[in-house]
Design a protein. Sequence first.
Length: 186
Amino acid sequence: MYEIDVAILQWLNSWVFWRPWADALIIFRAEYFGYLALAGLVAFGVAAFLPRFFHLRRKNWEMILVAFVAALISRFGVVELIRFFYDRPRPFEALPDLHRLVSHSSGGSFPSGHAAFYFAIAAVVSRYYPKMSLLFYALALSLSINRIAAGLHWPSDIVGGAIIGIAVGLLAVSVYQKLLKPKPAA
């Protein structure tokens, strides 16, 4: 598994320092692309106040609430619990010849907190708006791949984070719908 991790990481990282515009694109996607997912969630909330989409107000705000809760639990609960017991070094620590684009503290590579956070949001959106969720999954994947290219994560960190995020996101929707969602009056 380690050899596959290294091979994928080195191939993606080989694009670093190729062209300045490509480096800027990698940095933007690795560091700031996630804000587009958050803006997308806010757009669902804002759209619910428009007359055309007013009937979706409850559904949209429910989705936003569940998405944020799932993202926070996956990132600051599950990921931090795993990192407490397993402190994997980041690629730039283990491979001295790696091109490093983004400054970051050492340790705590597995699982990827960014992947867990944004894949949790995508998983929740998939239960409310399946077609729209493709954009959220694409965004989470792009952000994750660029964090590998920047030398911040191993590919297996991303896979672990994505699994955690998706599992927590789907579990959060299920728990909300079964236990917490208000029941219509009989």
